[in-house]
Ligand binder design. Structure first.
Ligand SMILES: [Zn+2]
Length: 431
């Protein structure tokens, strides 16, 4: 027997309701884009949170403003304020939580229009942060409102959060919400992060990240008599050579089975993010052998690689250089470690949203993973919510570009898919 999905019964009514609410949804999105919630430094977060919160309140949610108290980045000048709304159904569980970050990266150069005017041309809504990811916030809020206006009552509970600082790691945003218990396995069953996935893809997780700094040490001497010194830069050069010609080719042979998009990111990788040493570039140079050099590395690892192996590989390279040259002195500092996350593609959340994507578009969504991390790490690692995905209407490769846009019709389609997914996951009654 083919499993019957509840949402089939409501499909026509929900599609119609979303279409009826479209103008209101797009005008909400335009107004949200017009609030320049720029990160860094974290401008207008209070206005952004209050704008989202006001709409949630009007739609019947119990709303909470959650400032990241105790974190250094939460300052009087740039307060870190998140908003969370809860629309309790007949029962507290299951609880479906939609999260979207409302911080946007700076507009940058190259725009042919005002990045905060939210112009619509030829069905495209332009603005910084439209695709990444204010369109996702609009879609999820109006998806649930469309259900309500269609006279359908959800059994379970919906939550919607607008969070800050995703672009800078999410510590005052989703990580804070998870640490404070607002998102967690004891209350939350499913989390949909409304990051851009081109409306017809579902993102299951992301690769791991290991940022580290290596400092090499030497001994200062006069530059005309370098044989009296030990050059820390020469040591760094040896290590960089081994990274480029030894490690990189090895990493390029390690391919994950996880469907990371773009496909070129299915391999392990390392990027040398910066190199420094010797005397500062600006100002007068005096002849000296550099006694200190450093570099910062960005290693992206696969779920098939353990972090211990990833770090062990770096230490082994350094130890081998030291074995060849006892003057080779070094220090390693871990700057950031994010473990890979990957939601089971057979879980209820993924199969349900996939079914609803297929209903609308006539084909199954591509299940993908992201080369870089996003707030899913906090939901999974801190909140221990296993069923977490990213799904949203924005166009992934528009993120952070000049003239960033999102298709208006994609916002509408995503709202339809989100609404039916909420009905399937939470259960519903006709009014
Ligand atoms: Zn984003």
């Amino acid at each position: 027997m083919v499993a019957q999905h509840l949402s089939q019964k409501y499909q026509d009514a929900v599609y119609r309701s979303v279409e009826e609410i479209q103008a209101e949804m797009i005008s909400f999105l335009q107004d949200l884009v017009r609030i320049p919630t720029i990160n860094p430094p974290g401008e207008n977060y209070k206005a952004g949170a209050e704008f989202i919160g006001k709409t949630l309140h009007e739609f019947g949610y119990e709303t909470h403003y959650i400032a990241a108290n105790g974190l250094a980045e939460n300052t009087p000048q740039h307060p870190r304020i998140n908003v969370l709304g809860r629309l309790e159904g007949a029962k507290p569980r299951p609880c479906l939580h939609f999260n979207g970050h409302f911080d946007v990266v700076p507009a940058g150069d190259g725009w042919t229009m005002d990045p905060f005017a939210a112009h619509i041309r030829d069905g495209k809504l332009y603005g910084r942060g439209v695709s990444d990811q204010k369109a996702g916030i609009a879609a999820s809020i109006f998806a649930v409102e469309a259900i309500r206006r269609a006279g359908i009552k959800l059994h379970g509970t919906v939550e919607q959060s607008g969070s800050v600082d995703e672009e800078s790691g999410g510590f005052a945003g989703v990580a804070y919400l998870a640490k404070q218990g607002w998102i967690g396995q004891d209350k939350t069953d499913y989390v949909i992060i409304t990051e851009p996935t081109n409306v017809d893809r579902v993102c299951l997780g992301h690769r791991g990240v290991y940022w580290f700094k290596i400092t090499t040490h030497g001994r200062i001497a006069h530059g005309s008599m370098p044989h009296f010194g030990v050059s820390a830069i020469d040591h760094m050069a040896d290590f960089l050579h081994d990274v480029t010609h030894g490690l990189k080719p090895v990493l390029a042979t390690r391919k994950t089975a996880v469907p990371v998009e773009p496909a070129g990111s299915r391999f392990a990788s390392i990027n040398i993010n910066s190199v420094f040493g010797g005397q500062p570039e600006e100002g007068t140079q005096t002849p000296c052998v550099a006694d200190r050099s450093g570099a910062i590395f960005d290693r992206r690892f696969l779920s098939e690689e353990s972090f211990e192996e990833v770090r062990g590989e770096i230490y082994a390279m350094l130890e081998s250089l030291q074995a060849k040259n006892p003057d080779f002195q070094y220090k390693v500092e871990d700057l950031m470690v994010v473990h890979p996350v990957h939601t089971d593609e057979n879980c209820q959340l993924v199969t349900t949203i996939s079914k609803n994507v297929e209903e609308l578009f006539g084909k199954k969504p591509k299940l993908t993973a992201s080369p870089g991390t996003y707030d899913q790490k906090h939901v999974v690692r801190i909140g221990s919510v296993a069923q977490c995905i990213a799904y949203g209407p924005g166009i992934l490769n528009q993120a952070h570009l000049p003239d960033e846009y999102c298709l208006v019709e994609d916002v509408v389609s995503a709202a339809k898919i989100m609404a039916l997914t909420a009905i399937d996951l939470l259960g519903a009654d006709p009014a």
